[in-house]
Design a protein around this ligand. Structure first.
Ligand code: SAM
Length: 277
């Protein structure tokens, strides 16, 4: 008998992956946590039935959420990640030469434990207790309320705006992110699909724009995520995508990111320009 794992990407669209087996299935205080081994995407983390990351294409999301903002800031020494309990973002962030320390605030300890056990390629920095990295199991919303002028870069590597991630897409959260950043700091958030989440993108872009002098959206092609095209939104106090010194970008063995992508990911088709106009 064939086994399939499906995500409702919208009420009327599903993505289904044929799977070999379920490696883990459990329930935390916050959500249902699953790891499945699929034929097309390899091992995948699934939270409340939503595909979070896969061995097949995780490099795209993690390189793009980390290296694009880290290269816009000229000296990102202190970085915070909210969410990202699979460890993929911090694996990328610790590679950046200017980064001295990274704090990861993930609400669900089970996501961290399961990722370390079943997704070691993604969670390598967590497994090796990377010296730049500190992991806190807690709520990113509360962390932002308490922080003041602490971080150069904040990366909101969150799940969808339902369940524990809901408050990470609100105006009051962005106010606290602004407060938590240093005077020249910037933040980035994964902001879902430009095909299926247009009202959300429009709303949060407006919220961020009303707080930050610079707001920019960039894109990456990610087969696992709804519509195959994913958006990220930056709120920045000082630096924008055009201020990057491209020649300073190191030629590390990235699989998706490079100097050209750093610039081209900000080029938007008209229907997306219209969403945020
Ligand atoms: N790459 C993924 C995507 O776009 O689908 C997101 C990956 S990561 C697994 C998202 C993480 O955010 C989850 O592990 C979830 O537990 C965490 N999270 C959700 N709400 C949070 C909150 N309020 N504070 C900290 N972490 C949170």
């Amino acid at each position: 008998m064939e086994l399939w794992c499906s995500e409702h990407q919208t009420q009327d669209v599903q993505l289904s992956a044929r799977i070999r087996s379920t490696l883990f299935s459990g329930k935390s205080e916050f959500q249902e946590v699953m790891v499945v081994d699929s034929f097309e995407f390899g091992r995948m983390l699934v939270l409340d039935g939503v595909f979070q990351t896969s061995i097949f294409d995780e490099f795209i999301y993690h390189e793009m959420i980390a290296h694009v903002p880290l290269h816009i800031h000229p000296n990102p020494r202190k970085v915070l990640v909210i969410g990202g309990g699979d460890g993929g973002s911090v694996r990328e962030i610790v590679k950046h030469p200017a980064v001295e320390n990274v704090e990861l605030v993930e609400i669900d300890g089970l996501v961290v434990e399961v990722s370390k056990k079943y997704l070691p390629e993604i969670s390598s920095a967590l497994i090796e207790n990377h010296p730049k990295l500190r992991v806190n199991i807690g709520d990113g919303i509360q962390r932002m309320k308490a922080a003041k002028s602490e971080y150069d870069v904040i990366i909101v590597d969150c799940s969808d705006p339902i369940g524990p991630g809901e408050g990470l897409f609100t105006y009051s959260f962005y106010q606290n992110v602004y407060k938590a950043l240093k005077p020249d700091g910037l933040f980035v958030q994964q902001t879902e699909s430009p095909f299926y989440h247009q009202p959300l993108i429009k709303k949060l872009h407006k919220d961020i724009q009303s707080l930050f002098p610079i707001t920019e959206l960039y894109l990456a092609q990610i087969p696992l995520y709804p519509g195959g095209l994913h958006s990220f939104t930056i709120g920045s106090k000082k630096y924008d995508s055009k201020s990057v010194n491209i020649e300073k970008i190191l030629d590390l063995p990235y699989r998706y990111y490079n100097k050209d992508v750093q610039q081209s990911c900000f080029i938007l088709p008209n229907f997306i320009k219209n969403i945020i106009a």
